[in-house]
Design a protein around this ligand. Structure first.
Ligand code: PEP
Ligand code: MN
Length: 337
């Protein structure tokens, strides 16, 4: 249930409504809004009749939230959430480019790649320090050494840092180095991790699982928000289909659907979606045309020698071309870069 108060509602009237809902066992969350106060009551109990809440002093309107993902829904919050980190806005008019290698390998790799993506217009540097590899024998990441390296290189280039978190035991370590904690596709339904991420103040990017429905994906975002952290971004990264020419299939339907159902910023990762280097740029264009708020792209200074995901990593000059084309598409759909 979402409750909108009258502009002249008193704090006592607000508290009375909050107390009533809390007494019934609901969690009461206030929407971050500059307009009238909006509260949501979420929980698994039986809500009081809408008319009863509507009749309470100070209440302008009480409506049901039909979606299962209550706090992530536009029924709760109509305007798109804009997340500010430093001077970067995610979800605002400008689309945001996040780019860098699949995994952090060396100082030379990070310095060259960061300079290239920064020059092209990226605002966030990506790079995994903990890698979820299909084989236990594959490179698993540099761990804290990698985090130190990406932080140092990002700072030197005026970039933010996004990196994947695999386990809740890594939260306190990663909070020291990272601006955006990425929950990977394979961990989208790691509910104990999502719950713990609800307690951090860092922005969390939740990738869509390999075969997750939009409802399941947004429910994962809901876990983080209901845990107390509303700084959430969702990321479409391709779903598993029957096609074998490409690694996955970029689901642009999901981008349009998520944008209309949810107020959360939606990012697209065309690299893991298609898995083939020369198809990344066209998909990046399509994603921005479909309404994505930004892109997460794998770029490597020397992709042929990358330890991980080289086949889908762009050469720096390809990323430059991507940014140029995305700027034109963004302009055509009333956005900017
Ligand atoms: C990655 O971003 O390198 C990654 C492992 O992505 P995903 O979780 O989407 O497979
Ligand atoms: Mn990768």
């Amino acid at each position: 249930m979402v409750i909108t108060f009258r502009p002249n509602a008193t704090p006592e009237q607000l508290h009375a409504v909050e107390a009533k809902l809390r007494d019934l066992g609901f969690q009461v969350v206030r929407a971050p809004s500059s307009g009238p106060t909006v509260l949501a009551a979420v929980g698994d109990g039986a809500l009081p009749p809408l008319a009863e809440v509507c009749a309470m002093p100070g209440v302008a309107e009480a409506l049901p939230i039909p979606e299962p993902f209550k706090l992530a829904s536009r029924s709760f919050r109509r305007e798109t959430t804009v997340l500010r980190i430093g001077d970067v806005e995610i979800g605002g008019t400008a689309v945001v480019l996040m780019a860098g290698p699949c995994t952090i390998e060396s100082e030379d790799q990070m310095v060259r790649t960061a300079a290239a993506v920064r020059a092209a217009g990226a605002r966030v540097l990506r790079g995994g320090a903990f890698k979820p590899r299909t084989s236990p024998y594959s490179f698993q990441g540099l761990g804290e050494e990698g985090l130190k390296l990406i932080r140092r290189v990002a700072d030197a280039n005026g970039l933010l840092v996004i990196s994947e978190i695999m386990d809740k035991s890594q939260i306190s370590l990663m909070e020291r180095y990272v601006d955006i904690l990425q929950v990977g596709a394979r961990n989208m339904q790691n509910f104990s991790l999502l719950r713990e991420l609800g307690k951090t103040e860092k922005t969390v990017l939740v990738k869509r699982g390999l075969s997750a429905t939009v409802d399941e994906w947004l429910m994962s975002a809901e876990y983080v928000i209901s845990g107390g952290n509303d700084r959430v971004i969702v990321c479409e990264r391709g779903i598993r289909a029957y096609e074998t020419y490409t690694r996955n299939t970029l689901d642009l339907n999901a981008v349009a659907v998520a944008k209309s159902l949810s107020h959360l910023p939606v990012i697209v990762d065309p690299s893991h979606a298609v898995g083939v280097r020369d198809k990344v740029v066209p998909l990046a264009r399509a994603a921005i045309a479909a309404g994505a708020d930004g892109l997460l792209v794998e770029v490597h200074n020397d992709p042929e020698r990358a330890i991980c995901d080289g086949q889908q990593s762009l050469f720096p000059e390809q990323f430059h071309a991507l940014a140029k084309q995305v700027r034109q598409i963004a302009d055509a759909v009333g956005r900017a870069l």
